[in-house]
Each structure stands twice: as structure tokens, then as C-alpha cells.
Design a protein around this ligand. Structure first.
Ligand code: DC
Length: 228
């Protein structure tokens, strides 16, 4: 049997979502991108004009909103459908305003506790590939397979630049690189569940590799862990 619960961690734009969705599709597993949950709470705070710096108010909000992550439902390039209190926010959570505030929201201990509990409940159903920053270290420390995807900051900025330009975005490469470096430093330096490589994770450096090459490496790792 191949591992039923797979943890996939790595920094911003390391390819977790693209590669994770493809690998999950090949295995017929649920692809669950945990970042969407932090993004949904951030969007809710912005929409309700709750100051992002108000930790108590943002934490209370995380406890009260209902976030659902469903299969795609529409064929518009989405890897899943994200509902915030039953409203489709799949694309709204990708806005630059959310990008700019989500690291701060995800650094709040109570927000992490609430969302981590919801993620564990979903993972208990099995046949899942869960992507994030702390899945192998904190959310699912018992995951049967842990993979850490990495790539240089420049390569990740190039990928994000191409992706947003394709959607008509106007951010420059330099601005994107600066934002990625800032987010890396914040995500790695925060007090609660910082981005670290789990001791028992297999690291895959994707710099210079195509999407299909990374998918093949991951499928090979998964096959390696196959048990009778
Ligand atoms: O992967 P992403 O860019 O959608 O993640 C958004 C933010 O959420 C990012 O700043 C890191 C944070 N995050 C986290 O702290 N833990 C996770 N398991 C997933 C995302």
C-alpha cells in the first residue's frame, strides 16, 4: 500500500500547489492546500475591516468563520474551491492585499491552533496530500511520508512572475522577489510553527526542474514507501 497521508511542505512558490495537485490527481487523493485556510481568515479580516495587528480580534474571527475546501467545481484553473461562510472566495484569497497580510495572520498562535485542528480532522479521512509550511512538523507529525520542496528565491520569483503575468498582473519581477524574501524571513523566523524541514522529510530541490520532472520524483518517492 502507498502512504495514505502525505505531508508536502516548502516555502512560498516552491511549486507545492501545482505539483501537489498533479500528484494527488495521479493517486486519486484529495489535494488540500492548507495555505487557503490562512488566506480565508485574512480575507475575512480585511472585508470586516478588522485591523490585522489586532491579534485578539483576528483570533476570535478565526474561531467564528466557516471555511470549506471542496473539489474544484469550476474549470477555471482552480485546484480547489474555497468557501468563506458559504461564499466562493477561491480567487479573492489570491489578491495582493491578502498576500501582504497573510504572514502576520498565520503567525498568531490561536489562529494556528484553530486551523490546525480543522486540518487534522480532514486528514483523518485518509487518502490525502496536504501541502503547507508545518504539515510534517506540527499538523501531521505521524504522516507516513513527508516531502519538503525547495527552490532558490530567484527561481520562485520567476515562477510567480510568469504566473501572475499570465493572469494580467502588473507586479514587477523585482517587487515579487523582494516580497518572497520578506515572506521567507517572516515564515522561518516566527515563534509559532516556523518553516523548518522535518527531520524525517525527504527534501527535493526543484531549482531547474520542470513541473513534470518534480511530479516524477515525488511519485518515485511515494512508490519507494510502498508497503505490502
Ligand atoms: O502557501 P501560501 O502562500 O498560500 O500560504 C499563505 C501563508 O500562510 C504563508 O504566509 C504561510 C502561511 N501558512 C502557514 O503558516 N502554515 C501552513 N500550513 C500553510 C500556510
Amino acid at each position: 500500500m502507498i502512504p495514505s497521508v502525505i505531508a508536502l511542505d516548502g516555502p512560498a512558490s516552491s511549486g507545492k500547489s501545482t505539483v501537489g495537485a498533479l500528484v494527488a490527481g495521479r493517486l486519486n487523493y484529495l489535494f488540500f492546500d492548507s495555505g487557503v485556510m490562512y488566506r480565508a481568515v485574512t480575507l475575512a479580516a480585511l472585508l470586516r475591516r478588522i485591523p490585522i495587528a489586532d491579534e485578539a480580534a483576528v483570533s476570535a474571527l478565526a474561531e467564528s468563520v466557516q471555511i470549506d475546501v471542496l473539489p474544484p467545481l469550476f474549470n477555471d484553473g482552480r485546484q480547489c474551491t474555497v468557501l468563506l461562510d458559504k461564499e466562493d472566495v477561491t480567487w479573492a484569497i489570491r489578491a495582493p492585499e491578502v498576500d501582504a497580510a497573510v504572514s502576520q495572520v498565520s503567525a498568531y498562535a490561536r489562529v494556528r491552533q484553530v486551523l490546525t485542528g480543522q486540518m487534522r480532522a480532514i486528514a483523518r479521512r485518509g487518502r490525502i496530500l496536504m501541502a503547507g509550511r508545518d504539515i510534517g512538523t506540527v499538523v501531521l507529525p505521524d504522516a507516513e511520508l513527508k516531502i519538503y520542496l525547495d527552490a532558490s528565491a530567484e527561481e520562485r520569483a520567476q515562477r510567480r512572475y510568469a504566473e501572475q503575468a499570465g493572469r494580467g498582473g502588473k507586479e514587477s519581477y523585482d517587487d515579487i522577489l523582494a516580497a518572497i524574501r520578506k515572506r521567507d524571513a517572516f515564515d522561518s523566523g516566527r515563534e509559532h510553527a516556523p518553516l523548518v524541514v522535518a527531520a524525517d522529510a525527504a527534501t527535493v530541490d526543484t531549482t531547474g526542474l520542470s513541473v513534470s520532472q518534480v511530479v516524477s520524483r515525488l511519485l518515485a518517492l511515494i512508490k519507494d514507501r510502498e508497503t505490502a
